[in-house]
Design a binder for this molecule. Structure first.
Ligand code: NI
Length: 188
């Protein structure tokens, strides 16, 4: 397994629609395992393939650490096949929107149909944190971030802060590189 770099907003790859996998083969299983390792290391409780730059409809989840015990869940081509009339509002965050959180309203319960790691079709009834998480991850497959579900004003504030933070990081990295570069290789 390998840990993969996680893209952060406003990376344009996070806004694209992912393609269904044709079948769950070894390549897809390796992707699922790499995504789980990446998610645990982050640490996070859910991750979608486009967050690691792979535009395939694959998500992983594990909300065991939040008191309920799902264990690692691997899903290919997940789709919501049933939603509750009742909505629930709760705070969301995202590994691709680091250090920002906001309340998001979604259906309180959903049923998701997906292919498991053996390519078998399964239905899973989700509520609470699992329902929120699975909807959040499926949104990623359609190029939707949780900040797209909040007010434009809040979204723009968060995006501006993310761009600023990235620029600062790049500047620091460039300064480190310049300091580390051997004198003979410096351009004049
Ligand atoms: Ni996310």
């Amino acid at each position: 397994m390998a840990k993969l770099p996680i893209l952060t907003a406003p990376d344009p790859r996070l806004k694209r629609k992912s393609a269904p996998v044709e079948r769950v083969d070894d390549e897809v299983r390796w992707l699922m395992d790499d995504m789980l390792e990446t998610m645990y290391a982050a640490p996070g409780i859910g991750l979608a393939a486009p967050q690691v730059g792979v535009l395939k409809r694959v998500i992983v989840l594990d909300i065991e650490r939040e008191g309920t015990s799902t264990g690692p869940i691997r899903m290919a081509n997940p789709e919501i096949v049933d939603v509750s009339d009742e909505d629930a509002t709760s705070e969301e965050g995202c590994l691709s929107v680091p250090e920002h959180y906001s309340d998001v309203e979604r259906p309180a319960r959903v049923t998701v149909r997906y292919l498991d790691r053996d390519g078998e079709s399964r239905d899973l009834a989700c509520e609470g944190l699992l329902a929120k998480c699975v909807q959040h991850e499926i949104d990623h497959l359609d190029g939707v971030l949780f900040i797209d579900r909040i007010s434009a004003l809040k979204r723009n504030i968060i995006l501006r802060k993310l761009v600023k933070a990235r620029k600062e990081k790049e500047r620091e990295a460039a300064e480190d590189d310049a300091a580390a570069a051997p004198r003979s290789r410096r351009k004049v």
